[in-house]
Design a protein around this ligand. Structure first.
Ligand SMILES: [Zn+2]
Ligand SMILES: [Zn+2]
Length: 260
């Protein structure tokens, strides 16, 4: 199994996970045109897509869902609350998923995990290939719960958010109410919260961590790298940061090789 980011940040998110030429898209916060262009850049065929997993209804995750799914005639999977908020309970391509209930899509198993975020019934996902490799995707949450930390234990790769630096957020351009929201328990993870999460789910089998949803106004790549290098036990320049407007490399989800 391998994955890549088709763009990550407050202006749009989409992640592609591929295993044996079948693929799942997680979120589509881009227009259909942009998504198809980025798939092409990634060398990925739209024909691989078995469906789209939707984390929640915010536009940076859901903007392109309906047009992309209608165009490709593929199903999209959301919680009931998200579908209700997206006004698509009657949509023929909608499939309902529930937290803690694994769903099998093609050759991948998906575990939806409920997270604290200011949306209607947000979910994040742990995806497992049928050869036992696990990828955890986690963004848009304001705090860590024991439930979600448990759910992400045992992943071989993680894509996680490091949204803001608290000092930059406080001194930044957002109105006071939005600062409170972003920093709150139902907002987004700060760099330090992200480092805490990585420490709590780290195990010898974890071979790859990529970091996304980095705020362009309330964070800086150097601060993210600095904050996470300790938890990742690597140099700051080796922390992998995803970008808003760039398709990332492909990352393999595999067992970490044992180093002596
Ligand atoms: Zn978001
Ligand atoms: Zn959100």
């Amino acid at each position: 199994m391998r994955y890549l980011s088709l763009g990550s940040g407050s202006r749009g998110n989409a992640t592609l996970v591929e295993y044996r030429s079948s693929a799942l898209l997680i979120d589509c916060g881009f227009s259909r045109r942009t998504l198809l262009q980025r798939l092409e850049q990634a060398g990925a065929s739209p024909g691989w897509l078995q469906g789209v997993l939707v984390t929640h209804e915010h536009a940076d995750h859901a903007k392109g869902i309906l047009t992309v799914c209608d165009h490709l005639q593929i199903p999209f999977y959301t919680s009931f609350g998200t579908a209700r908020k997206m006004d698509c309970l009657e949509h023929p391509l909608w499939r309902c998923i529930r937290s803690c209930e694994t769903v099998k899509i093609g050759s991948m198993k998906v575990l939806p995990v409920v997270v604290p975020h200011d949306a209607h019934e947000p979910l994040q996902f742990v995806i497992e290939s049928d050869d036992g490799h696990k990828l955890g995707i986690l963004s848009d949450l304001g705090s860590l719960t024991p439930h979600l930390v448990d759910a992400y234990r045992g992943c071989h790769a993680l894509q996680v958010e490091a949204n803001h630096d608290p000092v930059m957020l406080q001194n930044g351009p957002y109105p006071p109410s939005l600062k409170v929201r972003v920093a709150g328990d139902y907002g987004h993870l700060s760099n330090e919260q992200c480092a805490d999460f990585i420490r709590r789910v780290s195990w010898p089998g974890l071979s790859r961590v990529t970091v996304g949803h980095i705020s362009e106004k309330n964070n800086h790549p150097d601060l993210v790298a600095q904050a996470l290098s300790g938890a990742l036990q690597c140099q700051p320049e080796d922390v992998i940061l995803l970008e808003q407007d760039l398709v990332s490399d492909w990352y393999q989800v595999q067992v970490a090789s044992v180093t002596q």
